[in-house]
Design a protein around this ligand. Structure first.
Ligand code: HEM
Length: 439
Protein backbone atom coordinates (compact mmCIF):
# COMPACT_ATOMS: atom_id res chain seq x y z
CA UNK A 1 0.00 0.00 0.00
CA UNK A 2 1.22 3.46 -0.85
CA UNK A 3 1.45 5.84 2.06
CA UNK A 4 1.66 9.19 0.26
CA UNK A 5 -1.04 11.60 1.29
CA UNK A 6 -2.19 14.01 -1.43
CA UNK A 7 -1.83 17.72 -0.83
CA UNK A 8 -4.42 20.38 -1.54
CA UNK A 9 -5.55 23.90 -0.71
CA UNK A 10 -5.49 24.69 3.01
CA UNK A 11 -8.96 26.15 3.26
CA UNK A 12 -10.31 27.75 6.45
CA UNK A 13 -11.69 26.14 9.62
CA UNK A 14 -15.17 24.59 9.20
CA UNK A 15 -15.66 25.82 5.63
CA UNK A 16 -12.54 24.33 4.06
CA UNK A 17 -12.49 25.51 0.43
CA UNK A 18 -16.29 25.78 0.14
CA UNK A 19 -16.27 29.51 -0.59
CA UNK A 20 -13.69 29.30 -3.37
CA UNK A 21 -15.52 26.32 -4.81
CA UNK A 22 -18.93 28.03 -4.69
CA UNK A 23 -17.45 31.13 -6.31
CA UNK A 24 -16.16 29.31 -9.40
CA UNK A 25 -16.39 25.50 -9.26
CA UNK A 26 -14.85 24.89 -12.69
CA UNK A 27 -11.94 27.29 -12.15
CA UNK A 28 -11.39 25.79 -8.70
CA UNK A 29 -11.12 22.24 -10.06
CA UNK A 30 -8.65 23.41 -12.74
CA UNK A 31 -6.53 25.31 -10.21
CA UNK A 32 -6.40 22.36 -7.83
CA UNK A 33 -5.13 20.06 -10.59
CA UNK A 34 -2.59 22.64 -11.75
CA UNK A 35 -1.22 23.42 -8.31
CA UNK A 36 -1.50 20.07 -6.51
CA UNK A 37 -1.30 17.52 -9.33
CA UNK A 38 -3.15 14.45 -10.50
CA UNK A 39 -4.39 13.41 -7.07
CA UNK A 40 -5.30 16.30 -4.79
CA UNK A 41 -7.27 16.66 -1.57
CA UNK A 42 -10.01 19.25 -1.23
CA UNK A 43 -12.49 19.99 1.51
CA UNK A 44 -15.86 21.27 0.29
CA UNK A 45 -19.18 21.47 2.14
CA UNK A 46 -17.85 19.34 4.95
CA UNK A 47 -16.71 16.47 2.71
CA UNK A 48 -13.10 15.60 2.01
CA UNK A 49 -12.78 14.79 -1.69
CA UNK A 50 -9.80 13.35 -3.57
CA UNK A 51 -9.76 14.86 -7.05
CA UNK A 52 -8.23 12.39 -9.52
CA UNK A 53 -7.11 13.76 -12.90
CA UNK A 54 -4.80 10.97 -14.11
CA UNK A 55 -6.42 8.82 -16.86
CA UNK A 56 -4.94 5.55 -15.60
CA UNK A 57 -6.13 6.21 -12.03
CA UNK A 58 -9.58 7.18 -13.36
CA UNK A 59 -9.67 3.86 -15.23
CA UNK A 60 -8.92 2.10 -11.97
CA UNK A 61 -11.80 3.87 -10.18
CA UNK A 62 -14.37 3.39 -12.93
CA UNK A 63 -13.31 0.10 -14.54
CA UNK A 64 -10.54 -2.13 -13.22
CA UNK A 65 -11.34 -1.72 -9.51
CA UNK A 66 -14.94 -0.56 -10.00
CA UNK A 67 -16.31 -3.02 -7.44
CA UNK A 68 -14.44 -1.09 -4.76
CA UNK A 69 -16.18 2.19 -5.60
CA UNK A 70 -19.83 2.85 -4.86
CA UNK A 71 -21.94 5.82 -5.84
CA UNK A 72 -21.78 8.28 -2.95
CA UNK A 73 -25.05 9.65 -1.60
CA UNK A 74 -23.81 13.24 -1.60
CA UNK A 75 -26.36 15.41 0.16
CA UNK A 76 -28.24 12.26 1.33
CA UNK A 77 -32.00 12.53 0.82
CA UNK A 78 -31.45 16.17 -0.06
CA UNK A 79 -29.32 15.19 -3.06
CA UNK A 80 -30.25 13.75 -6.42
CA UNK A 81 -31.02 10.42 -4.72
CA UNK A 82 -33.97 12.07 -2.96
CA UNK A 83 -35.53 12.83 -6.34
CA UNK A 84 -34.58 9.71 -8.29
CA UNK A 85 -34.64 7.14 -5.46
CA UNK A 86 -33.73 3.65 -6.66
CA UNK A 87 -33.69 4.70 -10.34
CA UNK A 88 -30.77 3.41 -12.43
CA UNK A 89 -28.57 6.51 -12.05
CA UNK A 90 -28.65 6.69 -8.26
CA UNK A 91 -29.20 3.09 -7.08
CA UNK A 92 -26.47 0.62 -6.23
CA UNK A 93 -25.92 -3.07 -5.45
CA UNK A 94 -28.29 -5.86 -6.44
CA UNK A 95 -31.23 -3.64 -7.37
CA UNK A 96 -29.04 -1.62 -9.75
CA UNK A 97 -27.55 -4.75 -11.32
CA UNK A 98 -30.95 -6.27 -11.98
CA UNK A 99 -32.39 -3.05 -13.38
CA UNK A 100 -29.39 -2.53 -15.64
CA UNK A 101 -29.88 -6.04 -17.08
CA UNK A 102 -33.60 -5.47 -17.56
CA UNK A 103 -33.19 -2.06 -19.23
CA UNK A 104 -30.04 -2.66 -21.30
CA UNK A 105 -31.73 -4.35 -24.34
CA UNK A 106 -33.81 -1.19 -24.93
CA UNK A 107 -30.61 0.72 -25.68
CA UNK A 108 -28.92 -1.52 -28.23
CA UNK A 109 -29.30 -3.25 -31.58
CA UNK A 110 -32.35 -2.79 -33.76
CA UNK A 111 -34.06 -0.74 -31.07
CA UNK A 112 -31.66 2.10 -31.81
CA UNK A 113 -32.73 2.14 -35.47
CA UNK A 114 -36.37 2.52 -34.48
CA UNK A 115 -35.45 5.50 -32.30
CA UNK A 116 -33.65 6.98 -35.30
CA UNK A 117 -36.97 7.28 -37.15
CA UNK A 118 -38.61 9.00 -34.17
CA UNK A 119 -35.66 11.39 -33.83
CA UNK A 120 -35.79 12.46 -37.48
CA UNK A 121 -39.58 12.78 -37.46
CA UNK A 122 -39.70 14.93 -34.31
CA UNK A 123 -36.81 17.09 -35.56
CA UNK A 124 -38.53 17.57 -38.92
CA UNK A 125 -41.66 18.78 -37.08
CA UNK A 126 -39.51 21.33 -35.26
CA UNK A 127 -37.85 22.36 -38.54
CA UNK A 128 -41.28 22.88 -40.12
CA UNK A 129 -42.17 25.30 -37.32
CA UNK A 130 -39.10 27.54 -37.90
CA UNK A 131 -39.35 30.62 -40.12
CA UNK A 132 -36.47 32.34 -41.83
CA UNK A 133 -35.19 35.28 -39.78
CA UNK A 134 -36.89 34.39 -36.48
CA UNK A 135 -35.00 34.65 -33.20
CA UNK A 136 -35.17 31.75 -30.79
CA UNK A 137 -33.42 30.37 -27.70
CA UNK A 138 -31.73 27.30 -29.15
CA UNK A 139 -31.20 25.77 -25.68
CA UNK A 140 -34.94 25.89 -24.97
CA UNK A 141 -35.67 24.45 -28.42
CA UNK A 142 -33.18 21.61 -28.01
CA UNK A 143 -34.44 20.77 -24.49
CA UNK A 144 -38.04 20.55 -25.66
CA UNK A 145 -37.03 18.47 -28.67
CA UNK A 146 -34.95 15.97 -26.67
CA UNK A 147 -37.74 15.67 -24.09
CA UNK A 148 -40.21 14.85 -26.81
CA UNK A 149 -37.81 12.30 -28.29
CA UNK A 150 -37.02 10.50 -25.05
CA UNK A 151 -40.66 10.28 -23.95
CA UNK A 152 -41.79 9.04 -27.35
CA UNK A 153 -39.02 6.49 -27.85
CA UNK A 154 -38.61 5.07 -24.33
CA UNK A 155 -41.91 5.82 -22.60
CA UNK A 156 -44.09 5.37 -25.68
CA UNK A 157 -46.11 8.60 -25.45
CA UNK A 158 -46.40 11.78 -27.46
CA UNK A 159 -46.26 14.85 -25.23
CA UNK A 160 -47.52 17.40 -27.74
CA UNK A 161 -47.86 20.76 -26.10
CA UNK A 162 -46.49 19.62 -22.73
CA UNK A 163 -42.78 20.10 -23.46
CA UNK A 164 -42.71 23.66 -22.19
CA UNK A 165 -44.41 22.78 -18.90
CA UNK A 166 -42.06 19.83 -18.36
CA UNK A 167 -39.01 21.92 -19.18
CA UNK A 168 -40.06 24.70 -16.80
CA UNK A 169 -40.66 22.22 -13.98
CA UNK A 170 -37.29 20.60 -14.64
CA UNK A 171 -35.53 23.98 -14.46
CA UNK A 172 -37.07 24.59 -11.01
CA UNK A 173 -36.02 21.11 -9.92
CA UNK A 174 -32.46 21.76 -11.18
CA UNK A 175 -32.16 25.00 -9.21
CA UNK A 176 -32.29 23.09 -5.96
CA UNK A 177 -29.12 21.23 -6.89
CA UNK A 178 -27.16 24.37 -7.61
CA UNK A 179 -23.81 24.22 -5.80
CA UNK A 180 -23.68 26.30 -2.66
CA UNK A 181 -24.74 26.06 0.96
CA UNK A 182 -28.36 26.94 0.10
CA UNK A 183 -28.64 23.68 -1.80
CA UNK A 184 -28.43 21.73 1.41
CA UNK A 185 -31.22 23.43 3.36
CA UNK A 186 -33.42 20.40 4.17
CA UNK A 187 -36.37 19.99 1.88
CA UNK A 188 -38.95 20.47 4.66
CA UNK A 189 -37.70 24.00 5.36
CA UNK A 190 -40.03 26.16 3.25
CA UNK A 191 -37.49 28.47 1.64
CA UNK A 192 -38.83 29.92 -1.64
CA UNK A 193 -36.50 27.64 -3.56
CA UNK A 194 -37.66 24.54 -1.67
CA UNK A 195 -41.32 25.43 -2.19
CA UNK A 196 -40.76 25.88 -5.93
CA UNK A 197 -38.87 22.58 -5.98
CA UNK A 198 -41.63 20.63 -4.22
CA UNK A 199 -44.33 22.03 -6.50
CA UNK A 200 -42.25 21.30 -9.60
CA UNK A 201 -41.68 17.67 -8.51
CA UNK A 202 -45.44 17.31 -7.90
CA UNK A 203 -46.16 18.64 -11.39
CA UNK A 204 -43.67 16.23 -12.95
CA UNK A 205 -45.12 13.31 -10.97
CA UNK A 206 -48.58 14.17 -12.28
CA UNK A 207 -47.25 14.20 -15.84
CA UNK A 208 -45.48 10.86 -15.34
CA UNK A 209 -48.69 9.34 -13.96
CA UNK A 210 -50.52 10.58 -17.04
CA UNK A 211 -47.86 9.07 -19.35
CA UNK A 212 -48.20 5.77 -17.49
CA UNK A 213 -52.01 5.90 -17.70
CA UNK A 214 -51.86 6.46 -21.47
CA UNK A 215 -49.44 3.58 -21.75
CA UNK A 216 -51.68 1.22 -19.73
CA UNK A 217 -54.47 2.17 -22.07
CA UNK A 218 -52.51 1.36 -25.23
CA UNK A 219 -51.08 -1.83 -23.67
CA UNK A 220 -47.93 -1.52 -25.81
CA UNK A 221 -45.14 -3.69 -24.39
CA UNK A 222 -42.67 -2.90 -27.06
CA UNK A 223 -40.89 0.04 -25.41
CA UNK A 224 -38.88 0.50 -22.24
CA UNK A 225 -41.89 1.60 -20.19
CA UNK A 226 -43.64 -1.58 -21.38
CA UNK A 227 -40.68 -3.61 -20.11
CA UNK A 228 -40.80 -1.86 -16.73
CA UNK A 229 -44.57 -2.36 -16.40
CA UNK A 230 -44.08 -6.03 -17.29
CA UNK A 231 -41.62 -6.28 -14.39
CA UNK A 232 -44.21 -4.59 -12.19
CA UNK A 233 -46.82 -7.16 -13.26
CA UNK A 234 -44.50 -9.99 -12.25
CA UNK A 235 -43.92 -8.43 -8.85
CA UNK A 236 -40.26 -7.58 -9.51
CA UNK A 237 -40.77 -3.80 -9.29
CA UNK A 238 -42.95 -1.59 -7.12
CA UNK A 239 -44.95 1.36 -8.48
CA UNK A 240 -42.49 3.63 -6.71
CA UNK A 241 -39.55 2.00 -8.53
CA UNK A 242 -41.32 2.36 -11.90
CA UNK A 243 -41.83 6.05 -11.11
CA UNK A 244 -38.15 6.42 -10.18
CA UNK A 245 -36.99 4.88 -13.46
CA UNK A 246 -39.37 7.12 -15.43
CA UNK A 247 -38.11 10.23 -13.62
CA UNK A 248 -34.50 9.11 -14.20
CA UNK A 249 -35.09 8.61 -17.93
CA UNK A 250 -36.84 11.95 -18.21
CA UNK A 251 -33.94 13.77 -16.58
CA UNK A 252 -30.87 11.80 -17.64
CA UNK A 253 -32.34 11.09 -21.07
CA UNK A 254 -32.86 14.63 -22.32
CA UNK A 255 -30.82 17.29 -20.52
CA UNK A 256 -27.29 16.17 -21.43
CA UNK A 257 -28.16 15.64 -25.10
CA UNK A 258 -29.92 19.03 -25.25
CA UNK A 259 -26.77 20.63 -23.84
CA UNK A 260 -24.57 18.85 -26.37
CA UNK A 261 -26.77 20.14 -29.19
CA UNK A 262 -26.89 23.68 -27.78
CA UNK A 263 -23.10 23.82 -27.49
CA UNK A 264 -22.66 22.32 -30.96
CA UNK A 265 -24.87 25.04 -32.53
CA UNK A 266 -23.05 27.69 -30.50
CA UNK A 267 -19.63 26.42 -31.59
CA UNK A 268 -20.68 26.07 -35.24
CA UNK A 269 -21.93 29.66 -35.22
CA UNK A 270 -18.61 30.80 -33.74
CA UNK A 271 -16.52 28.85 -36.28
CA UNK A 272 -17.65 29.66 -39.84
CA UNK A 273 -15.05 27.37 -41.45
CA UNK A 274 -16.22 24.39 -39.44
CA UNK A 275 -19.82 25.28 -40.19
CA UNK A 276 -19.12 25.43 -43.91
CA UNK A 277 -17.51 22.00 -43.86
CA UNK A 278 -20.41 20.64 -41.77
CA UNK A 279 -22.93 21.80 -44.39
CA UNK A 280 -20.76 20.64 -47.31
CA UNK A 281 -20.54 17.15 -45.87
CA UNK A 282 -24.32 17.02 -45.30
CA UNK A 283 -24.96 18.14 -48.85
CA UNK A 284 -22.57 15.52 -50.25
CA UNK A 285 -23.88 12.59 -48.19
CA UNK A 286 -27.54 13.20 -47.35
CA UNK A 287 -30.19 13.05 -50.04
CA UNK A 288 -33.31 14.79 -48.67
CA UNK A 289 -34.05 13.79 -45.05
CA UNK A 290 -31.19 12.11 -43.15
CA UNK A 291 -31.48 8.47 -42.12
CA UNK A 292 -29.61 6.30 -39.64
CA UNK A 293 -27.72 4.74 -42.58
CA UNK A 294 -26.26 8.13 -43.55
CA UNK A 295 -24.46 8.38 -40.20
CA UNK A 296 -21.77 5.90 -41.25
CA UNK A 297 -20.65 8.37 -43.95
CA UNK A 298 -20.83 11.53 -41.86
CA UNK A 299 -17.33 11.45 -40.38
CA UNK A 300 -16.95 15.19 -39.92
CA UNK A 301 -20.29 15.32 -38.08
CA UNK A 302 -18.96 12.67 -35.71
CA UNK A 303 -15.84 14.75 -35.09
CA UNK A 304 -17.96 17.83 -34.36
CA UNK A 305 -20.04 16.03 -31.73
CA UNK A 306 -16.96 14.35 -30.24
CA UNK A 307 -15.13 17.67 -29.95
CA UNK A 308 -18.19 19.43 -28.50
CA UNK A 309 -18.40 16.77 -25.77
CA UNK A 310 -14.70 17.28 -25.05
CA UNK A 311 -14.78 21.07 -24.82
CA UNK A 312 -18.08 21.40 -22.92
CA UNK A 313 -18.76 18.00 -21.29
CA UNK A 314 -22.37 18.14 -19.99
CA UNK A 315 -21.39 15.62 -17.28
CA UNK A 316 -18.34 17.52 -16.05
CA UNK A 317 -17.47 15.39 -13.02
CA UNK A 318 -18.31 11.89 -11.73
CA UNK A 319 -18.14 10.96 -8.03
CA UNK A 320 -17.42 7.66 -6.32
CA UNK A 321 -16.71 6.52 -2.75
CA UNK A 322 -14.13 3.90 -1.80
CA UNK A 323 -15.42 0.82 0.05
CA UNK A 324 -11.94 -0.33 1.09
CA UNK A 325 -8.63 1.54 1.10
CA UNK A 326 -6.95 1.73 -2.32
CA UNK A 327 -3.89 3.14 -4.12
CA UNK A 328 -4.39 5.69 -6.87
CA UNK A 329 -1.39 6.95 -8.86
CA UNK A 330 0.86 6.21 -5.87
CA UNK A 331 -1.36 7.86 -3.26
CA UNK A 332 -3.10 6.17 -0.37
CA UNK A 333 -6.90 6.43 -0.50
CA UNK A 334 -8.48 5.52 2.86
CA UNK A 335 -11.74 3.55 3.00
CA UNK A 336 -14.84 5.75 2.53
CA UNK A 337 -12.97 8.55 0.76
CA UNK A 338 -15.08 10.39 -1.81
CA UNK A 339 -13.23 10.48 -5.14
CA UNK A 340 -14.01 12.87 -7.99
CA UNK A 341 -13.01 12.21 -11.60
CA UNK A 342 -13.49 15.55 -13.38
CA UNK A 343 -14.06 15.42 -17.14
CA UNK A 344 -13.83 19.20 -17.06
CA UNK A 345 -10.18 19.07 -15.96
CA UNK A 346 -8.97 16.08 -17.96
CA UNK A 347 -10.64 17.13 -21.23
CA UNK A 348 -8.70 20.43 -21.06
CA UNK A 349 -5.34 18.95 -20.14
CA UNK A 350 -2.50 20.03 -22.43
CA UNK A 351 -0.77 16.69 -21.95
CA UNK A 352 -3.51 15.11 -24.05
CA UNK A 353 -4.94 17.90 -26.20
CA UNK A 354 -2.98 20.62 -28.02
CA UNK A 355 -4.62 24.02 -27.54
CA UNK A 356 -7.20 22.41 -25.27
CA UNK A 357 -9.52 25.44 -25.19
CA UNK A 358 -9.79 25.56 -29.00
CA UNK A 359 -12.69 23.93 -30.86
CA UNK A 360 -10.97 21.73 -33.42
CA UNK A 361 -13.09 18.82 -34.67
CA UNK A 362 -10.35 17.78 -37.10
CA UNK A 363 -8.07 16.75 -34.22
CA UNK A 364 -10.11 13.51 -33.95
CA UNK A 365 -8.26 11.53 -36.62
CA UNK A 366 -8.20 7.73 -36.30
CA UNK A 367 -4.58 7.92 -35.23
CA UNK A 368 -5.29 10.52 -32.55
CA UNK A 369 -8.14 8.40 -31.17
CA UNK A 370 -5.90 5.31 -31.09
CA UNK A 371 -3.12 7.06 -29.20
CA UNK A 372 -5.20 8.96 -26.68
CA UNK A 373 -5.15 7.35 -23.19
CA UNK A 374 -8.57 5.79 -22.67
CA UNK A 375 -9.69 8.01 -19.82
CA UNK A 376 -8.31 11.27 -21.15
CA UNK A 377 -11.72 11.53 -22.81
CA UNK A 378 -14.79 10.07 -21.07
CA UNK A 379 -17.92 12.15 -21.62
CA UNK A 380 -20.09 9.10 -20.86
CA UNK A 381 -18.09 7.83 -17.87
CA UNK A 382 -16.88 4.23 -18.05
CA UNK A 383 -17.00 0.71 -16.67
CA UNK A 384 -20.16 -0.98 -15.40
CA UNK A 385 -21.83 2.37 -14.63
CA UNK A 386 -21.08 3.85 -18.03
CA UNK A 387 -23.96 5.83 -19.47
CA UNK A 388 -26.61 3.38 -20.68
CA UNK A 389 -27.75 5.97 -23.23
CA UNK A 390 -24.37 6.67 -24.88
CA UNK A 391 -25.27 5.11 -28.25
CA UNK A 392 -28.74 6.65 -28.13
CA UNK A 393 -27.30 10.09 -27.34
CA UNK A 394 -24.62 10.05 -30.06
CA UNK A 395 -27.15 8.94 -32.65
CA UNK A 396 -29.66 11.51 -31.48
CA UNK A 397 -27.17 14.39 -31.46
CA UNK A 398 -25.96 13.55 -34.97
CA UNK A 399 -29.42 13.04 -36.47
CA UNK A 400 -30.76 16.28 -34.97
CA UNK A 401 -27.73 18.24 -36.23
CA UNK A 402 -28.02 16.64 -39.68
CA UNK A 403 -31.79 17.14 -40.00
CA UNK A 404 -31.70 20.80 -39.00
CA UNK A 405 -28.34 21.48 -40.67
CA UNK A 406 -29.69 20.32 -44.02
CA UNK A 407 -32.24 23.14 -43.97
CA UNK A 408 -30.90 25.92 -41.75
CA UNK A 409 -27.94 27.65 -40.27
CA UNK A 410 -28.07 29.47 -36.97
CA UNK A 411 -26.31 32.76 -36.23
CA UNK A 412 -25.82 34.05 -32.70
CA UNK A 413 -27.92 37.12 -31.96
CA UNK A 414 -25.30 38.62 -29.65
CA UNK A 415 -21.52 38.42 -29.30
CA UNK A 416 -21.74 37.84 -25.55
CA UNK A 417 -19.48 34.89 -24.77
CA UNK A 418 -21.02 31.76 -23.32
CA UNK A 419 -20.93 31.58 -19.51
CA UNK A 420 -21.16 28.09 -18.09
CA UNK A 421 -22.67 27.17 -14.73
CA UNK A 422 -22.00 23.72 -13.31
CA UNK A 423 -25.36 22.55 -11.91
CA UNK A 424 -25.95 18.78 -11.84
CA UNK A 425 -24.85 19.16 -15.46
CA UNK A 426 -22.98 21.96 -17.22
CA UNK A 427 -25.49 24.64 -18.25
CA UNK A 428 -25.30 27.92 -20.14
CA UNK A 429 -26.03 30.73 -17.68
CA UNK A 430 -28.19 32.64 -20.16
CA UNK A 431 -30.46 31.77 -23.07
CA UNK A 432 -28.51 31.08 -26.27
CA UNK A 433 -30.37 33.31 -28.73
CA UNK A 434 -29.95 32.53 -32.43
CA UNK A 435 -31.35 33.76 -35.73
CA UNK A 436 -32.77 30.99 -37.91
CA UNK A 437 -31.59 31.30 -41.52
CA UNK A 438 -32.87 29.19 -44.39
CA UNK A 439 -30.01 27.70 -46.37
C1 HEM B 1 -24.57 13.53 -24.47
C2 HEM B 1 -25.45 12.94 -23.69
C3 HEM B 1 -25.12 12.21 -22.41
C4 HEM B 1 -24.04 12.34 -21.57
C5 HEM B 1 -22.86 13.28 -21.70
C6 HEM B 1 -24.23 11.40 -20.49
C7 HEM B 1 -23.32 11.18 -19.46
C8 HEM B 1 -23.45 10.19 -18.51
C9 HEM B 1 -22.43 9.83 -17.55
C10 HEM B 1 -21.06 10.49 -17.41
C11 HEM B 1 -22.92 8.80 -16.80
C12 HEM B 1 -22.17 8.05 -15.69
C13 HEM B 1 -22.40 8.65 -14.35
C14 HEM B 1 -21.57 7.97 -13.27
O1 HEM B 1 -20.75 7.11 -13.57
O2 HEM B 1 -21.75 8.30 -12.10
C15 HEM B 1 -24.27 8.53 -17.25
C16 HEM B 1 -25.09 7.56 -16.72
C17 HEM B 1 -26.38 7.36 -17.14
N1 HEM B 1 -27.00 7.94 -18.23
FE1 HEM B 1 -26.19 9.24 -19.52
N2 HEM B 1 -25.42 10.74 -20.67
C18 HEM B 1 -25.99 11.19 -21.84
C19 HEM B 1 -27.18 10.77 -22.41
C20 HEM B 1 -28.06 9.87 -21.85
C21 HEM B 1 -29.30 9.43 -22.45
C22 HEM B 1 -29.82 9.86 -23.81
C23 HEM B 1 -29.89 8.58 -21.54
C24 HEM B 1 -31.18 7.83 -21.62
C25 HEM B 1 -31.94 7.79 -22.65
C26 HEM B 1 -29.01 8.49 -20.39
C27 HEM B 1 -29.26 7.76 -19.26
C28 HEM B 1 -28.30 7.47 -18.29
C29 HEM B 1 -28.54 6.56 -17.18
C30 HEM B 1 -29.85 5.82 -16.88
C31 HEM B 1 -27.34 6.48 -16.46
C32 HEM B 1 -27.04 5.60 -15.25
C33 HEM B 1 -26.47 4.29 -15.74
C34 HEM B 1 -26.06 3.33 -14.63
O3 HEM B 1 -25.58 3.78 -13.60
O4 HEM B 1 -26.22 2.12 -14.85
N3 HEM B 1 -27.90 9.27 -20.62
N4 HEM B 1 -24.57 9.37 -18.32
Amino acid sequence: MANRVPSGPEGVPFLGSSLQYADDPLGFMERVAREYGDVARIDVYGTEVYQVADPEAIRRVLVTNAENYRKPTLGGDEGLGGLLGDGLLTSDGEHWRRQRTVMQPSFYGTKLNEYGDIIVRDTTELADSFTDGEHTDIHAEMSQLTLRIVVESLLGSRIDGMERAIREALIEVGERFQPGPEGFVPEEVPTPRNVRYRRAVDRLDRILREIRRQHDYSGDEDDLLGTLLGEREQGNLTDESVRNEMMTLLLAGHDTTALTLTYAWYLLAKHPDVRREFHDELDAVVDGTPTVDDLADLDYLDEIVTETLRLYPPAYVVYRQANEADDLAGFHVPADTVVSTPQWVVHHDERFFDDPWEFRPERWTDEFRRELPQFAYFPFGGGPRKCIGDGFAMREAKLVLATLGKRFEFDLVSDTPLTLVPLVTLHPENPVEVTVKDR
